[in-house]
Design a protein around this ligand. Structure first.
Ligand code: AN0
Ligand code: CP
Length: 317
């Protein structure tokens, strides 16, 4: 594997899941693989889980790790070609990327959607430039349109907790005060579409996702109806995708918050969220603290998805 930005890059999902399970059973079986190899993690945005789990995964493989927070101490970077750089940006990404590539063997990049220009976001320009100009295998730690390490961890978690071969998985929009990217729901939908699960998406009108990611999912605008018989409830907020409201918050309607009454409509479903989560906006205290909430094992599996991906990238060097 030379890059990891979407579900197609991981290839056969059953094989990837088996490899992840093998890693989870003995995460120190491959400590020789990353010896004298360096992972560089580049953050254009904040992170708790991705930063910690990916570093831990690389350390499990025996790698050295360098972490750069671009907005804390590095030169401000220009990302557009052709700009006259007479403003506050001291360096261009087109020099910074190959320079960073000189000091490492594998690069992980986090760069969120700006939510202003849909075309720019959906071309995933920042990570695509890393792929093109770094000379190194690159993986996404959440790019503008997808968060594949999260989705892979979500899939591992569903496989661990499911009690039916084809569980009903419902991804529900939930309210949030700020505009968030569509990367997590896009990516989750992309990965769910690659399984044979019964996959339903529910959201208020106006929150339709890019049809490319919705794929074969059933879209149900009535949240209560969507939740009926669910085995997994995957909550997430996202901002509008459709024009002319791209990147906007259209609703903070707390009737969409996942509470105990909503969970009672399901088939005793497990509750999932990628975290960070705003309590009593997305989900009530009661639901996230309940014994059906699997947000912590879900986060724990981020180490496993990252280690599976980094292992494959190391094997390609
Ligand atoms: C980010 C998002 O929604 O994409 C990161 C989630 C993993 N969330 C926030 O910015 C709150
Ligand atoms: N779920 C997730 O990616 O969390 P962070 O933004 O804290 O990395």
């Amino acid at each position: 594997m030379k890059k990891f930005t979407n579900v197609a890059d991981i290839g056969d999902l059953d094989k990837a899941l088996a490899e992840a399970a093998d890693i989870k059973r003995n995460r120190f079986a491959y400590t020789g693989l990353g010896r004298n190899k360096t992972l560089m993690m580049i953050f254009f945005n904040s992170s708790l889980r991705t930063r910690l789990s990916t570093q831990k995964a690389a350390m499990n493989l025996g790698m050295n790790v360098i972490v750069l927070d671009v907005n804390q101490g590095a030169w401000k970077l220009e990302t557009e070609r052709g700009v006259i750089m007479d403003g506050d940006k001291a360096e261009h990404l087109l020099e910074a990327i190959p320079v960073m590539g000189c000091y490492c063997d594998i690069i992980g990049v986090r760069s969120f959607a700006g939510l202003k220009d849909k075309k720019e976001d959906y071309e995933d320009r920042v990570i695509e430039q890393f792929i093109k100009y770094s000379g190194r295998p690159v993986f996404s730690m959440e790019a503008a349109t997808r968060h594949p390490l999260q989705s892979f961890a979500d899939l591992i978690t569903i496989e661990e907790f499911k009690t039916k071969p084809r569980p009903k998985v419902v991804m529900t929009w939930a309210p949030h005060p700020r505009a968030l990217p569509q990367a997590v729901p896009n990516s989750f939908a992309e990965w769910m579409n690659a399984t044979d699960y019964d996959f339903v998406i529910t959201h208020p009108r106006g929150y339709e996702l890019d049809p490319m990611f919705v794929g074969n999912a059933k879209v149900e605008y009535d949240q209560r109806k969507a939740l009926e018989g669910a085995d997994f409830v995957y909550a997430k907020n996202w901002s509008a995708y459709a024009d002319p409201n791209y990147g906007k918050v259209l609703s903070t309607d707390r009737s969409w918050t996942v509470d105990a009454e909503k969970m009672a409509l399901t088939d005793n479903a497990f509750f999932m969220h990628c975290l960070p989560v705003r309590r009593n906006m997305i989900v009530t205290d009661e639901v996230i603290e309940s014994d059906r909430s699997i947000v912590i094992p879900e986060a724990a599996n981020r180490e496993i998805s990252a280690q599976t991906v980094i292992k494959r990238l190391l094997e390609s060097l």
